[in-house]
Design a protein around this ligand. Sequence first.
Ligand code: FMN
Length: 168
Amino acid sequence: MKTLVAYFSYIGETELNRQVVEINKGHTEIVAEKIARMTGADLYKIEPVTPYPKKYDDIVAIVRKENEENPKVEIRNLLPSIAEYDTVYIGFPIWYRTYPRVVASFLSNYDFTGKTVKPFCTNDEGSFGIALLELKSQLKGADVKPGIAIHGADVNAADDKLEAWVRQ
Ligand SMILES: Cc1cc2nc3c(=O)[nH]c(=O)nc-3n(C[C@H](O)[C@H](O)[C@H](O)COP(=O)(O)O)c2cc1C
């Protein structure tokens, strides 16, 4: 059986050390690529049909609305099936204490019963917020392992921590 690293990562203005900064490669993407290299897993980037806006004020408004209304976000490149994977790493940035709705929408397409799920996130402060609780309730039947949260500013220096977590 195979391993999948599925992640969403945002490019645009984000919050880092409580400041708004523009980034050109997502923090979660950097971590996802490292995990795929360490495990030999397939790498898959979740992409919405309508890209999220790059301006901070716009993304903030959209994310607040999405978190309130929990809409089904259309995915541009859905995987037809995840049946061939027995372990799935799920990665995301924390957007107001949980995972982006595009990730929730992605997950809702598949049956995770019997699969091992390893969550990872990048964030600005705090840890997973309520994301792990929500993930466990969304992926009923999956064996959700302890996750790893990495501060966005530290992703390039996270190899040892990541390696130890991957091997758990
Ligand atoms: C709309 C928005 C909301 C965010 N909310 C939080 C939050 O609630 N807690 C937190 O620690 N970081 C928050 N952040 C910061 C991101 O989680 C952090 O910068 C992350 O590393 C971004 O990952 P990415 O580059 O892969 O998208 C937020 C960022 C954005 C753009």
